[in-house]
Each structure stands twice: as C-alpha cells, then as structure tokens.
Write a protein that binds this ligand. Structure first.
Ligand SMILES: Nc1ncnc2c1ncn2[C@@H]1O[C@H](COP(=O)(O)OP(=O)(O)OP(=O)(O)O)[C@@H](O)[C@H]1O
Ligand SMILES: [Mg+2]
Length: 260
C-alpha cells in the first residue's frame, strides 16, 4: 500500500521558525529556555533521521551485503545519498543561524594562523574548485598574519565566501585571497571576477534565504544562507563582513577580525 507522501515544510515555514528564534531584547528567561528547547529538538529530530538516510543509502550503493538486482537501484541509492547530504547541509545552516541569532553558539576565540585555516578550507573545497577549473590564488601566503577567532567559525566564514566566489565565477576564472594588518585588526579579502552584484542588492543578500538573479546560473545548489551565517559569525567574533561590488566587475568580500 502506498504511504502518503510527507511534504517538506516550505521555506516560509522554516523562515518563520528561524525568525521566531531571532533575538528580541530583552528576552525573559522563559523565552530563552523555549528558544533553546526548540534548537535542541530541531537539531536532534531533524539530524537523526538524516544520518540514517545517509548511512544506509551509502551501504546500499556500495552493495556491502550483496549485489543489487538492477543497476537503477545503485543510481537511486546515490541520488538518495546526495539529496540527504544536501538536506543535512540545509538543516545545519538553519540551526547555525538560529543559534547565532539566539546567541547560543559557544565560540572559542584564540590565535589562529590564517595560512592553516586557508589550507583546510581549500582542501575541503578542492572538488568544487577543480570541477569548475577555478584557480584560487593566495597572495603572499608566507606573510599571512594570525587572527583572533574561533577556529571553526573562521573556517565557516572563509568556506562560504570562497565557495561563493568560485561558484559565481565563470568557469576557468580566478579567485584571489589576501590579508593585511590594518591597525589592530586583520582584513581578509576574497575577490572574484564573476558577474558581481548590484550595490542596492547587497543589504538584502546578507539576510537569510535571499538570493540574486544570478542564482539561476550558479553551479551548485544553495538556499541563500551562507552570507547571513558569515555576517552573524563575524559579528560574534568581534569582526565585520562587508561586500563591495559592481555588476560585471566581480565581488570583493572583506572580513575584518581582531589580530592575534
Ligand atoms: N561572489 C559572488 N558573486 C556574485 N553573486 C554573489 C556572490 N556571493 C553571493 N552572491 C549572491 O548573493 C546570494 C546570497 O549568497 P549566499 O551565500 O547567502 O547564498 P547562496 O550561495 O545562494 O546559498 P548558500 O550559501 O546557502 O549555499 C547568492 O545567491 C548570489 O545571488
Ligand atoms: Mg553561498
């Protein structure tokens, strides 16, 4: 018998859930507690079934316990795995925004050398970058300074910004990463030669679920959450994210963080 198809809640529903958890100061302790309960529940209830979907589809695809009857099953298991991974990324992004807005993220700022953070990030993006034949040039890598930042937070910010730069660049394009000490801080710049963004559009795109028209020409899927996560994370690490762009002239993302 066919099971009824359970539809995913539409983005508006998720957005409303995130907005419900956004900070409205001052919060009573009951509201704080309710927000934290929502985060605990959402984190557990959404991630646990996804882990089963990912784990078991991988086992089926690898035919670990014996061959599958038809080649289509292998292909479908791979599709289930890829869709599950996409959904897990989305769930993690939504939870990250909710946690950051609820100021429920435990950050551990410490002296973090930029070169090792960039090495980790570029390694994790290796597949996407080479698939699009993008060259990422790190300017003067031997002189990269250290910043005071949460190691995971720093890597999340760099990953999202380099991923955007690579994603919206033309195939074979170049992304440049550089860093300079400015006063008592460090400014990290990520520049691309992609289509750029209208100046008036920039504030809107920093908000969750907002995307530009170029999203139709992008080369991976996304929900429009990366920039707002970067913005919230930079603020939580006593820093700032700013974007500069003109249509046709690429985007320059600047991350300012305290120096180490
Ligand atoms: N380097 C860039 N060049 C051109 N457009 C960009 C660039 N970075 C961001 N954008 C525009 O801003 C939008 C929002 O970016 P954001 O990173 O928040 O979301 P996304 O990349 O679409 O999805 P996600 O990051 O959640 O995977 C993008 O959809 C795109 O329209
Ligand atoms: Mg993005």
């Amino acid at each position: 018998m066919n099971q009824p198809v359970r539809k995913l809640p539409p983005p508006d529903f998720i957005q409303a859930a995130v907005q419900q958890t956004s900070v409205v100061t001052p919060l009573t302790s009951t509201e704080e507690e309710r927000k934290r309960t929502f985060l605990r529940m959402a984190s557990h209830e959404l991630r646990t079934p996804l882990n089963s979907i990912l784990g078991f589809s991988e086992i089926i695809e690898s035919e670990m316990f014996g061959p599958l009857g038809a080649p289509q099953y292998k292909e479908y298991a791979a599709i289930i795995h890829a869709s599950g991974a996409r959904m897990l990324r989305l769930v993690n992004q939504i939870l990250e925004i909710a946690r950051l807005e609820a100021q429920a993220v435990s950050l551990n700022p410490r002296a973090e050398p930029l070169d090792s953070a960039l090495r980790d990030v570029l390694e994790s993006l290796k597949g996407e970058i080479s698939a699009r034949k993008i060259t990422v040039t790190v300017l003067e890598p031997e002189y990269l300074p250290s910043v005071t930042a949460d190691p995971r937070g720093l890597r999340t910010v760099l990953t999202n910004l380099i991923q955007n730069a690579a994603c919206f660049s033309p195939e074979g394009g170049e992304v440049r990463v550089s860093a300079d000490t400015v006063g008592r801080g460090v400014e990290i710049m990520i520049e691309d030669d992609g289509p750029g963004i209208d100046r008036e559009e920039l504030p809107r795109l920093m908000k969750p679920f907002e995307q530009g028209e170029n999203v139709l020409t992008r080369h991976t899927e996304g929900a429009g959450l990366g920039l707002s996560i970067c913005d919230l994370l930079c603020r939580a690490m006593s820093g700032r994210l700013t974007l500069q762009s003109q249509p046709g002239r690429g985007v320059t993302a600047r991350v300012k963080l305290p120096s180490a």
